[in-house]
Design a protein around this ligand. Sequence first.
Ligand SMILES: *[C@@H]1O[C@H](CO)[C@@H](O)[C@H](O)[C@H]1NC(C)=O
Ligand SMILES: *[C@@H]1O[C@H](CO)[C@@H](O)[C@H](O)[C@H]1NC(C)=O
Ligand SMILES: *[C@@H]1O[C@H](CO)[C@@H](O)[C@H](O)[C@H]1NC(C)=O
Ligand SMILES: *[C@@H]1O[C@H](CO)[C@@H](O)[C@H](O)[C@H]1NC(C)=O
Ligand SMILES: *[C@@H]1O[C@H](CO)[C@@H](O)[C@H](O)[C@H]1NC(C)=O
Ligand SMILES: *[C@@H]1O[C@H](CO)[C@@H](O)[C@H](O)[C@H]1NC(C)=O
Ligand SMILES: *[C@@H]1O[C@H](CO)[C@@H](O)[C@H](O)[C@H]1NC(C)=O
Length: 333
Amino acid sequence: MFFSRTSRSSEHGDKIESASPNAVHTRRHSKRFWLLLLAATILIIGLGLGLGLGLGLRNTGDDDDSNDSDDSNSSNTLPSGNTTTIGVNGTFWQPQAGATWQIVLQQPIHTFTPLVSIFDIDLFENNASTISHIHSLGSKVICYFSAGSYESFRPDTKDFVSADYGNELKGWPGEKWLDTRSENVRAIMKKRLNLASEIGCDGVDPDNVDGFVNDSGFPLTNTTALDFLHFLADEAHRLKLAIGLKNAGDLVGQTTGFLQWVVNEQCLQFKECGLYRPFIEAGKPVLHIEYVSEKGNNDVNTRTREEICGQPAEEGFSTLMKKASVDEWTETC
Ligand SMILES: *[C@@H]1O[C@H](CO)[C@@H](O)[C@H](O)[C@H]1NC(C)=O
Ligand SMILES: *[C@@H]1O[C@H](CO)[C@@H](O)[C@H](O)[C@H]1NC(C)=O
Ligand SMILES: *[C@@H]1O[C@H](CO)[C@@H](O)[C@H](O)[C@H]1NC(C)=O
Ligand SMILES: *[C@@H]1O[C@H](CO)[C@@H](O)[C@H](O)[C@H]1NC(C)=O
Ligand SMILES: *[C@@H]1O[C@H](CO)[C@@H](O)[C@H](O)[C@H]1NC(C)=O
Ligand SMILES: *[C@@H]1O[C@H](CO)[C@@H](O)[C@H](O)[C@H]1NC(C)=O
Ligand SMILES: *[C@@H]1O[C@H](CO)[C@@H](O)[C@H](O)[C@H]1NC(C)=O
């Protein structure tokens, strides 16, 4: 389950600090330093080209011999965010702030138009052929799974032991908070990341990492949550998977540096979009969802649209209007 899982205390309003990643350093460097720097730069560029090419070939799958996907359809040259980051622990994709996207959960995706740069889809409901098809369109794939809750209907549900899960998520019968400190839980999540890698996902969207602001039944804190996110990110990056934050606005300050985007639900509704701005300032996407009435269906009235598409979109958020079912229906700004 996905909808309505936010950490939302209203006191955050003015806790936003700019990430200032480009602080100016005024150290003096010797000549030898510059030579070393030049050598290192050449090495890194060479490495980057090699790795980028490897990644490109892997990701384009069937159409290795076709032209570069960026040239074959100009709509893909929009903010696809198709850069490759060489991290200490691996090479992975880093989308850019403003990237276009779509999200479809709990069911396989069938519709790929309008074409967007990023498709966030259910890890367990989709297969390698679907992902390969998305790659052939020139787009990237984020695979969604719940990292912090027990769902009774997943193929690996039997791997959890009863000590792993605690209280039910309010409003979601049968779904329970996980003890994200548990070695068994982490082993299961590691397998899910392996699956994501095997079927060709470019990144993962691990949900429910904010059990620490809920009555989970475990003594989870912001510190245990950060530890869990570091665990997930290290494993993901090792597998060359990008990874994002999901909601958990309290953790933005500590995670913008090592996560590649944030997926947020309802920040406008809860008046906390400002919490997520540091990702934009770091050049990373805020993949933002506001839910519109289930009954409203395909009829988002102008006022709703203006509200939702006002400030967040102006600030560079990647805003979508979705129904709570997170099906294929969507409206963009
Ligand atoms: C985008 O990805 C394609 C293959 O996925 C790669 O060939 C291309 O070089 C990438 N572009 C950039 C700007 O990284
Ligand atoms: C690649 O581009 C060239 C020239 O732009 C074109 O003639 C050729 O048909 C393209 N090939 C594919 C597979 O799209
Ligand atoms: C890009 O691809 C999409 C989907 O296949 C298509 O609808 C669109 O017309 C293409 N755009 C260009 C400029 O070729
Ligand atoms: C790389 O992985 C190690 C071991 O898992 C971890 O301690 C370290 O923080 C990671 N480095 C980065 C930059 O993510
Ligand atoms: C993959 O999923 C698609 C869409 O759900 C389905 O049509 C197709 O048969 C599946 N392919 C394989 C090899 O399972
Ligand atoms: C989690 O906690 C927040 C903040 O107290 C609350 O608004 C939300 O409904 C809780 N979510 C669940 C699933 O219980
Ligand atoms: C965790 O929460 C405590 C209590 O609210 C706070 O004092 C502390 O600064 C937070 N730590 C981090 C790493 O966010």
